[in-house]
Design a protein around this ligand. Sequence first.
Ligand SMILES: Cc1ncc(COP(=O)(O)O)c(C=O)c1O
Length: 432
Amino acid sequence: MAAPADDRVPCPMAGSADFHYRRGELFCESVSLRELARAHGTPLYVYSAACIRDRYQAVRAAFGDAAQICYAVKANSNLSILQLLASLGAGFDLVSGGELQRLLAAGIDPRRAVFAGAAKAKWEIELGVKEQVRAFQVESPHELPLLAAAGRAHGRRVPIEVRLNPAIAVDTHAYIATARQDSKFGIDLDRAGALVAQIAGDPDLELVGYHVHLGSQLRAVEPYVQAFAAVAAFLRGAPARRLGVKHYDLGGGFGISYGKGEAFPLAELAAALLPQLSAHGLRPMLEPGRYLVGDAGVLVTEVLGHKQSGSTSFVLVDAAMNDLLRPALYSAEHPIVPVADRGRASSTVDVVGPVCESGDFLARARSLPSVESGELLAVLATGAYGISMASCYNTRRRPAEVLVDGASHRVIRRRESFAALWRDELPNESFA
Ligand SMILES: Cc1ncc(COP(=O)(O)O)c(C=O)c1O
């Protein structure tokens, strides 16, 4: 399965050189995707460990040793991916009690994690306090008494970061813009002063920082700069707003190319923000998800057939919206390439799956080399928000996942059995 490293031909649409052609076949690092598909079936997610390491080091290099890099677990929460990032020194950004339990299952110290979320349930707060997460990101006032009670029960003050909403418009899909004026996320600056005063007046709570997350798949530095300017103005208010505050969490959202344009200018962002944070005595914290794992994954799918409907040509594949929701949910455009590169003529097609929804497509009106039934396609840049958003809709099993590292690979999630899909259902014998 391994091939020598000197015959690589770039795959121009892949955001990472870890996916490239060798002798006309797409490889992940030194492993053939065709052979992985043969061994493990399709649809199949394949990830590159080298790419994840490189991306983590790129963020570290841009922001320096003092920065706390908390990987946004929601992007891809496979236990092996979490362990890989933990081995690099990452912290973690959680949005649910389930994600916290994933960290525990992966053997990762929860004190490396911050716990975000607009509406945490009581049990989630209690679990986070018990496991001593490094901070709770609070953006909804009802959580403060629950946090204080949990802190009292465990005899410790609970560290709080307040998530502010600086009302900044960003250029991304509406569903992943999170700091508009009327967003459910964060607390607007007019209301945040009262929340901070409430924290300051509670002996069981401790204000340690501020947090802003503007949205996802951003390409520009300016909104981050505007956001911190708004936070800095807020800090100039009552002294309680600064007391004990150690860090500023600038969120995640660093975009990747998806085959078009450049990835996010990390160094430019660091150059713009770090001096300002340092002038305010604040340590940087970041929560990248997509940037660390997005380009590190592909979804390999088999072509099942073709058909024509009206003027549209369809390529029918065995992956669907349940495996990769982003095209249906956000009109996201993932590059798609044949696993075997034979320099064929292209035509315009829709690439669609078997799910019974007209919204089930992987690409629309896309120029694709003509491919035959039984051939493999790779849907690129699917390492983030791919498997983590997958469902079993239409009673389809979610894809297996493989992590490649150099010339070796490991299945990091088996394809579930059909029986597992209804294992927890309770058939009613009286209807039988
Ligand atoms: C609070 C928060 N932090 C970090 C992220 C990660 O965003 P991204 O994957 O775009 O870096 C998200 C994504 O939804 C988020 O809501």
